[in-house]
Design a binder for this molecule. Structure first.
Ligand SMILES: O=c1ccn([C@@H]2O[C@H](COP(=O)(O)O)[C@@H](O)[C@H]2O)c(=O)[nH]1
Length: 280
């Protein structure tokens, strides 16, 4: 149960003050299972996830399980994810379910109940959402998150090269002020209308994003460190002028330190220290 009066922005700020700026991923890629000497099965997934929970739960501010890699194993995979979300929460980490949900409003309400409601089996502290059915269609999730002290991170400018064309396309027609704005900037500007810190953005750290982020005060998840080529040293340049709290993400580069939980923890803490030193 989320304490009354404690919104997501406050909870995230407090976690970051105590643990530093890092979102570490739990991404059980088949090649990582193999490298860790684990079978590609629900049992291998459970062992992999257990190491990640023990390594990251007590020391990392935000832990982001990649939902697709649990769904791959059907109901057995979701059971592992449920258990991990509960244990991470008990260990004091904020959980961000990287589910990238996005649908019409009535269906978004069901996704909101699934990921963002107290007592739901898959309840997380935040979820990622795709705005391509319209930012407004995400409103049920945002309202649910706001009411329960949780967050919704909306994809604005993703870290992968394939997102470039659609995200940098210019809006046509409509309100005169919106014409000529990129799709990604319109997501940023729409998200900025939330004044409570419930809505976060996803902006990749892999290259210049071309966005004006000075008017957005919410949290910014920045994936792309490590395996996708970005480094902590890139962050100050790429996010110069950003007003929101930056939460850089790294997944595979940290997990490659396994299967020993202590080594995974050390890798995560090293990454966090590099981020903190770069953003000081
Ligand atoms: O723009 C985005 C949005 C989400 N992701 C997710 O973050 C992790 C990155 O993993 P690495 O191993 O550090 O590359 C992964 O779960 C992606 O689905 C992203 O990379 N970019």
């Amino acid at each position: 149960m989320t304490p009354v009066g404690s919104g997501f922005a406050d909870r995230l700020r407090s976690a970051v003050e105590q643990r530093g700026r890092l979102c570490a991923g739990i991404d059980p890629h088949p090649e990582l299972l193999e490298a860790w000497g684990l079978p590609r099965s629900p049992d291998g997934l459970a062992q992999f996830t257990d190491v990640c929970v023990r390594a990251l739960g007590p020391s990392v501010a935000v832990v982001k399980p990649q939902v697709a890699m649990f769904e791959e194993y059907g109901s057995a995979g979701l059971a592992v994810l449920e258990d991990a979300l509960a244990r991470l929460h008990e260990a004091g980490a904020l959980t961000l379910a990287d589910a990238k949900r996005g649908d019409i409003g009535s269906t978004m309400a069901a996704y909101a109940r699934a990921w963002l409601s107290d007592g739901a089996p898959l309840a997380a502290d935040a979820v990622t959402a795709a705005p391509y059915l319209g930012l407004g269609a995400l409103a049920p999730a945002v309202e649910q998150a706001r009411g329960t002290g949780r967050g919704v991170f909306v994809l604005a400018r993703t870290s992968n090269p394939e997102g470039h064309a659609v995200q940098t396309a210019q809006l046509a027609g409509g309100a005169a002020s919106a014409a000529g704005t990129t799709v990604a900037q319109s997501i940023v500007d729409g998200a900025a209308e939330d004044a409570t810190g419930t809505v976060g953005l996803v902006v990749g750290a892999t290259r210049a994003h071309g966005l004006r982020l000075d008017g957005f005060a919410g949290p910014i998840l920045a994936p792309g460190l490590g395996a996708q080529g970005a480094s902590a040293a890139d962050l100050p340049g790429i996010f110069s002028g950003a007003a929101g709290l930056l939460i850089p993400n790294s997944s595979r580069a940290i997990l490659r330190a396994g299967p020993d939980a202590e080594r995974v923890r050390t890798a995560a803490e090293r990454t966090r220290d590099e981020i903190e030193a770069a953003l000081r």
